[in-house]
Design a binder for this molecule. Structure first.
Ligand code: MN
Ligand code: MN
Length: 321
């Protein structure tokens, strides 16, 4: 089936132009007009109305698109060229109707992602604050709860805050409550930083998630963390959610809730490369906040992490066709 579809090279691929030219789509891929022509859709979610501290992630998709013009095709370790394996495009940003209402905005996100899910297209999105992952999971886990590899300084399983149940500190508690996420197939990696209560950590552990705090990550090393993650999520449908604050702020200062003592960029890359050939159903990179990113490096890191994940999703598409 795959061989009958036109590849990216046949779709007026803008990647052949100089990097600084034209409207900056993700990775310089074609803009998606007809979703049925694509296998993977990259999507911007410019929303930061649910942050608990510094805002700015609404500007993430635009800056990641700009920095993603630095990305190329062939992965230097795996030699995967995602553009040869499947058809990849930029589906634009989620159209919002009421950005001043968290729940309405989440509804818009679910509705937008549902059309790709129903067409069998894998979404790879750029946030946006981490609250956006809950409405994505509502679209992708419509039939049965899914597993997740969650890379973050925070478990994001806190409860209601200031009368809101949908802040960026709460998406995965809500996802378990809504039966979208199977906690017994969820791994949280890179957790650290003091909290005022332990309720989020406790919820993750008590619900059955495998929580790998930063100290355990350092002690085990990347290869052992990969093995543990793969053992835990198994062969079932799995989503990857990558919060840029999992990285040490040395590498990714442009984010709302930075925590020192985090992953290095090469550790994050090695971790993601260890997730090849999982049964992936989508992924996101969230919490890049350009106003706190004067050097632009956080956006470059976000774009590069997206490229790493794009290679994983492309292999998943190739394996199933
Ligand atoms: Mn998060
Ligand atoms: Mn975080």
């Amino acid at each position: 089936m795959l061989n009958q579809k036109p590849k990216n090279q046949d779709l007026n691929w803008p990647m052949t132009l100089p990097r600084y030219m034209e409207i900056p789509t993700f990775m310089r891929t074609p803009l998606i007009k007809d979703p049925t022509e694509f296998d993977i859709a990259m999507i911007g979610i410019p929303y930061d109305g649910a942050v608990t501290n510094r805002p700015g992630a609404r500007h993430g998709p635009r800056e990641i698109r700009n920095s993603s013009s630095m990305m190329r095709a062939i992965h230097h370790v795996t030699r995967v060229n995602p553009y040869e394996l499947c058809r990849i495009g930029d589906a634009g940003d989620v159209p919002f109707t009421r950005v001043y209402n968290v729940e309405e905005t989440h509804h818009d996100i679910t509705r937008f992602f549902a059309q790709f899910y129903q067409a069998g297209i894998l979404p790879l999105s750029a946030g946006g604050d981490h609250s956006v992952t809950l409405p994505i999971l509502r679209a992708l886990a419509e039939d049965a709860p899914i597993g997740m590899v969650h890379i973050d300084a925070h478990t994001d399983t806190w409860d209601e805050l200031m009368g809101c149940k949908f802040s960026h500190g709460a998406p995965f508690r809500r996802a378990v409550e809504e039966n979208l996420l199977d906690p017994k197939r969820t791994v949280q990696i890179g957790i650290r930083g003091a909290q005022n209560t332990s309720e989020g950590w406790d919820y993750s552990i008590d619900s059955g998630m495998r929580v790998i705090f930063m100290e355990e990550f350092t002690k085990l090393g990347v290869d052992a963390v990969v093995a543990e993650t793969r053992r835990f999520v198994g062969n079932g449908p799995t989503y990857i959610s990558f919060d840029i604050d999992s990285l040490d702020p040395v590498y990714a200062p442009g984010t709302g809730t930075p925590e020192i003592g985090g992953l290095t960029t090469i550790e994050a890359q090695a971790l993601l490369r260890g997730l090849r050939r999982l049964n992936l159903i989508g992924a996101d990179v969230v919490e890049v906040s350009p106003p706190f990113d004067p050097s632009g490096n956080t956006a470059l890191v976000g774009a590069t992490i997206m490229y790493e994940i794009l290679c994983l999703l492309a292999e998943t598409v190739a394996a199933r066709s």
